[in-house]
Design a binder for this molecule. Structure first.
Ligand code: MGD
Ligand code: MGD
Ligand code: MO
Length: 767
């Protein structure tokens, strides 16, 4: 029976009538967003359950939206959610169910032949399920039975380094803290997490330059900014509520610049759908011309940002040397180090290299430099377009250089704003989900829990895949997420997963990682955020940290889809009971009342003083952030300028650089549908966006079916059945959706410092 004949890729588009010539939208949101929201709500949870859910979404004391980590405003509206937040809510609160009868009717081999969309669309998993080594069907199992399988594999493992524990960024502070603690009690720091695929590069770059691996701005800063750069980010789709903040900033006089190979819809015009509650604005906000958000769009080539940032810094320094006040000299003198080396490096960097490396003409770079020179109220926002390259950490250090030259840190309306993805990915790291934990954290953990945590670094995601591939991992346990489809090198990851003895997935919905599994597999179904979490002391809330470092509550009130579901905290405690070597420790108190987990967090992690009290106050509380307060928390107390090499790279003849990105109809690996409304794509996800001139040169007409092939160090990787469309993207560049394109991304192709896979720049051929 084993290994099973399962497909590791989504086999096809469910409906598949590909569009050949996309008609991108010029205005984001508006009426289509309202219609789309209503459609999902009616189809999945229904009007009653859906409306109950929506009215609590992002409200104070309500449910933290599971779709992204963008913060909530102080003053909340009646509708404090966006179209994609509503889709995420509809997806979780659906009335559909995946029961034991479903698994009886479908083998894992059959299920793997269905698309990712279909798998997710079957509904919420209702009971713990077990896939035995000699079986093709998952069968129901009791919770105690499930935990004892995990205990057996842990006990039989030759050492704790053969165990790996993944976390997806939806886990709450409470569950993540207990989980990380338990894993360390087992003797390992093998805690790969989705951050390794996401903002790890931002954390690495900010940590070493300014002393904290997080952003420095608050939402309020957007009201005081005069210039906002949005780099490598598509907020119209992935952080739609950010458009409201940009709209307000714009109304207060800020200029907004988009740096992106694509002209993304949200960064041009925006109709705020929330305005439709106001009778004076209703019609205009739904169908009017919308607010013009973007003042300037610089279509950098893929990976061209480092060159662009260098060009901007070079220009500011050149002007300064000509006697113009383009640098904040007082700030540079008192708060930073390394300026001389940077100035030297930039002097030696020719403008031709900057233009060739960025794809942007020096004149345009100068225009933006002039805007930067005119104000120190500068916010730079960024996301995956910057973090998923082989030189992402270096790129982000150059962005920091720019802020430092202008003294644009630790002041109102200024700072660094890495826009986080998963709603609690930042909080999970804060409470200890880290394969390289700092020693003071481990010491505090030892003091609180009375055990010696391992200090040897564990595996991140890419290292976990490599270890699985070598047959050195017995157990992969996942607290949420979709390890197979979210990670690079899908074929290799699939092979690695199948080498594990046991893979365990704490999940709400079915996904491909449940089908391409270890020899044995478990699905442990958990409560979603929107649902009541009833424990002995009463209903519980959990806490999360948003993208700007504010910790707040989230509490669901909907009835869970099945009485068998357990909260993530309860699952971790259930595991601890069977796994933990020291049986005397009282884990029950943690599950009975989550206040007791927060008490432990407060003792171990600085900044959580009086946690239980402060988090009950309206809006929650900010964690300490030195740079925000003007104090750089590096060992020297100064911020660092960084010199980084500029590589002028071009794809080989006949090749293109491919970036992988999200459509408007997905949340990471969860496919809601086959349209990408803003980019004008209908009915398909197997699309390659390319420049019309490149297509002509390659002899490919739009609409043609192609295979896409990457070739890394002699190993070819290929995906088939993609349709090419002509699109406004710089020459030499192309784009496809993730996870469909993930088989092309070699796991070794990653940033050496952050370990983040370079899934935004893969050299490919269209065949
Ligand atoms: N609805 C919805 N919301 C989400 C998610 C979702 O899947 N769906 N995912 C969540 C998560 S986990 C995350 S991390 C965020 C992701 O949010 P984003 O980072 O906005 O997501 P991507 O689709 O990866 O978009 C990357 C953007 O970078 C651009 N880009 C690609 N390469 C380069 C480059 O080399 N330079 C520059 N300057 N730009 C480049 C692309 O054109 C695209 O606009 O969204 C979060 N929110
Ligand atoms: N090529 C390429 N690859 C990428 C990216 C890219 O841009 N390009 N982006 C990367 C990024 S930024 C990220 S963050 C990762 C995302 O990687 P992951 O976080 O691993 O993936 P998700 O798709 O968010 O996980 C979806 C699954 O989570 C489960 N789930 C949903 N809600 C809950 C819950 O409340 N609790 C629990 N326990 N489970 C739940 C459901 O079963 C669902 O199927 O992907 C990365 N992969
Ligand atoms: Mo992410």
């Amino acid at each position: 029976m084993y290994p099973r004949d399962v497909l590791y890729e989504s086999p096809k588009d469910e409906e598949g009538v590909p569009a050949s010539q996309p008609q991108p939208e010029k205005v984001a949101a508006g009426l289509p967003a309202v219609v789309s929201t209503a459609r999902y709500i009616v189809k999945e949870p229904g009007v009653v359950r859906g409306t109950q859910g929506l009215l609590r979404l992002n409200q104070d004391g309500g449910v933290d939206c599971p779709s992204c980590a963008w913060p909530d405003p102080e003053k909340r509206g009646l509708f404090e959610f966006c179209e994609n937040g509503a889709k995420a809510l509809a997806d979780e609160t659906t009335r559909k169910r995946v029961t034991p009868a479903f698994f009886e009717a479908h083998s894992v081999e059959q299920l793997s032949r269905r698309s990712d969309w279909w798998l997710n669309n079957q509904g919420r998993i209702t009971e713990p399920m077990y896939l035995a080594a000699d079986s093709l069907h998952y069968r129901p199992i009791s919770w105690e039975g499930a935990f004892s399988h995990v205990a057996r594999v842990v006990k039989e493992a030759a050492g704790p380094e053969r165990l790996a524990f993944y976390t997806s960024g939806r886990a709450s502070n409470e569950s993540a803290f207990l989980y990380g603690t338990l894993v360390r009690m087992l003797g390992t720091n093998n805690l790969p997490d989705c951050s390794n695929l996401c903002h790890e590069s931002s954390g690495s770059a900010l940590g070493k330059t300014i002393g904290i691996g997080k952003g420095t701005v608050t939402l309020e800063d957007f009201n005081h900014a005069e210039l906002i750069l949005v780099v490598g980010q598509n907020p119209g789709t992935n952080h739609p509520r950010m458009l409201t903040a940009l709209e307000q900033a714009k109304k207060s006089g800020a200029e907004i610049v988009s740096i992106n190979p694509l002209p993304e819809a949200g960064l041009s015009r925006f109709r705020n759908p929330q305005g439709f509650l106001n009778p004076l604005h209703a019609v205009g906000t739904l169908v009017g011309a919308g607010t013009l958000l973007g003042d300037l769009h610089l279509p950098v080539i893929i990976g061209g940002d480092l060159a662009l940032f260098k060009g901007l810094c070079k220009q500011l320094i050149e002007w300064h040397e000509e006697g113009r006040p383009t640098l904040d000299q007082a700030f540079i003198d008192s708060k930073t180090e390394g300026f001389e080396a940077l100035a030297q490096d930039l002097k030696g960097t020719p403008w031709e290299d900057i233009a060739a490396g960025s794809g942007i003409e020096p004149d345009q770079i100068r225009d933006l430099a002039a805007k930067l020179a005119g104000t120190e109220r500068i916010i730079i926002c960024w996301a995956m377009g910057l973090t998923q390259h082989t030189n992402s950490v270096e790129t982000i250090t150059q962005l920091v250089n720019l802020l430092l030259l202008r003294g644009a840190l630790g002041k109102p309306g200024a700072g660094a704003c890495p826009v986080r993805g998963h709603s609690n990915v930042q909080g999970d790291r804060t409470v200890g989900i880290f394969h390289k934990p700092p020693q003071p954290f481990l010491d505090a953990l030892e003091k609180e829990f009375g055990f010696k945590p391992p200090s040897e670094h564990g595996y991140d995601v890419a290292e976990t895949i490599e270890a699985m591939d070598r047959g050195e991992v017995d157990l992969l346990f996942s607290l949420g997420g979709n390890f197979l489809s979210a990670t690079p090198d899908t074929g290799r990851t699939a092979a690695g997963l199948q080498r594990c003895k046991l893979t365990v997935s704490v999940a709400t919905k079915l996904n491909r990682s449940h089908l391409v599994s270890g020899r044995e597999a478990l699905i442990l179904p958990c409560l979603g955020r929107t649902e009541t979490d009833q424990q002995d002391s009463g209903p519980q809330f959990v806490t999360v940290e948003n993208s700007m470092g504010k910790v707040h509550r989230s509490q669901g009130t909907l009835e869970p889809p099945s009485p068998q579901l357990r909260s993530e905290v309860s699952i971790v405690v259930g595991l601890a009971r069977v796994l933990e070597p020291d049986k005397t420790r009282d884990w029950e108190r943690f599950v009975n009342n989550y206040d007791s987990i927060r008490e432990a967090i407060e003792k171990v992690i600085p900044g959580f003083e009086d946690y239980n009290h402060r988090v009950r106050q309206s809006g929650g509380f900010y964690l300490p952030n030195g740079p925000r307060e003007g104090r750089f928390t590096t060992p020297s107390g100064k911020a660092h300028f960084t010199v980084a090499p500029l590589l002028v790279e071009r794809p080989q003849p006949g090749h293109l650089y491919l970036m992988t990105m999200r459509s408007h109809d997905q949340f990471n690996t969860v496919v809601y549908g086959y349209d990408d409304r803003y980019r004008g794509i209908k009915n398909s996800r197997r699309i390659v966006f390319a420049n019309a001139d490149d297509l002509r040169e390659l002899g490919l007409e739009a609409g043609r079916q192609v295979s896409v092939e990457s070739n890394y160090q002699g190993v070819a990787r290929r995906v088939d059945g993609f349709t090419v469309v002509a699109y406004p993207i710089p020459r030499g560049c192309c784009a496809a959706y993730f996870p469909e394109a993930n088989p092309l991304v070699p796991v070794e192709h990653r940033d050496p410092e952050s370990g983040c896979p370079a899934s935004k720049k893969i050299e490919v051929r269209l065949l």
